[in-house]
Ligand binder design. Structure first.
Ligand code: GSH
Ligand code: FE2
Length: 211
């Protein structure tokens, strides 16, 4: 039996989406049947090309209550316009790992990225804590849960628990191997870190221009 897998990729030039449609007839461990979104669930994925950040708008279309996950302050006007035009009431905006069981999705923030993970070399970062948190909180979710990260640097938009357990080149390894990988990434000092870490420590409520 042929099943169709359709996945959206975002070109970071900000201008084009490519869709890859593959007919798959072989049994693969990583292919899972997604839990469909319920009819009253509104879902939007927005993108900031400067920091490669995804911002998610989720809403209940019956009571029109909305939440924003991983908002980027430079795009507050864009998000405000969408919320207003759709007649939604924004209840909450935050950078969190959030699991929505009913829709079969989890938003993984900087912890788990598609085939990657957030770096742990900032002040207070710990590879061991990250590994244990992903393994106990994300990898224990049902295999077909879709995962939406806070960033992707290669235009990928979504993954699944099954895919990351099988193919994540860091988090599928043992704890010791993971710590070793994370301690030897030798990443450049991030451009916006001196702004981002103090802001994150106060949940982003930092030098926010008055609305
Ligand atoms: N190259 C980017 C990196 C930004 C960065 O460090 N991002 C965090 C998430 S906010 C991260 O963990 N990125 C993963 C990575 O760069 O591998 C920059 O310099 O701005
Ligand atoms: Fe981030």
């Amino acid at each position: 039996m042929f099943k169709t897998l359709c996945r959206q990729y975002l070109k970071s030039s900000f201008s084009r989406y490519n869709y890859i449609i593959i007919n798959s007839c072989s049994k693969s461990m990583a292919l899972t049947e997604p839990i469909p979104f319920s009819k009253d669930f509104l879902f939007r994925q927005m993108f900031d090309p400067v920091s490669s950040t995804y911002t998610y708008l989720l809403a209940d279309i019956n009571d029109k209550i909305a939440i924003l996950i991983d908002p980027v302050v430079e795009w507050a006007e864009r998000d405000k316009t969408i919320v207003q035009q759709l007649g939604l009431t924004l209840k909450y905006a935050s950078c969190v790992t959030y699991v929505c069981y009913e829709q079969g999705v989890a938003f993984t923030g900087d912890a788990l990225l598609i085939r990657g993970c957030g770096r742990t070399d900032f002040q207070g970062g710990s590879a061991e804590v990250l590994y244990n948190s992903v393994h106990s909180k994300i990898f224990t979710l049902p295999a077909n849960f879709r995962l939406y990260p806070a960033h992707d640097y290669s235009g990928r938009t979504v993954t699944t628990v099954a895919e990351e357990k099988a193919f994540n080149p860091r988090l599928s390894k043992s704890l010791n191997e993971f710590v070793d990988i994370m301690n030897n990434l030798n990443l450049a000092y991030p451009k916006m870190i001196d702004k981002a870490v103090p802001a994150n420590k106060v949940c982003g409520l930092y030098e926010v221009p008055d609305a």
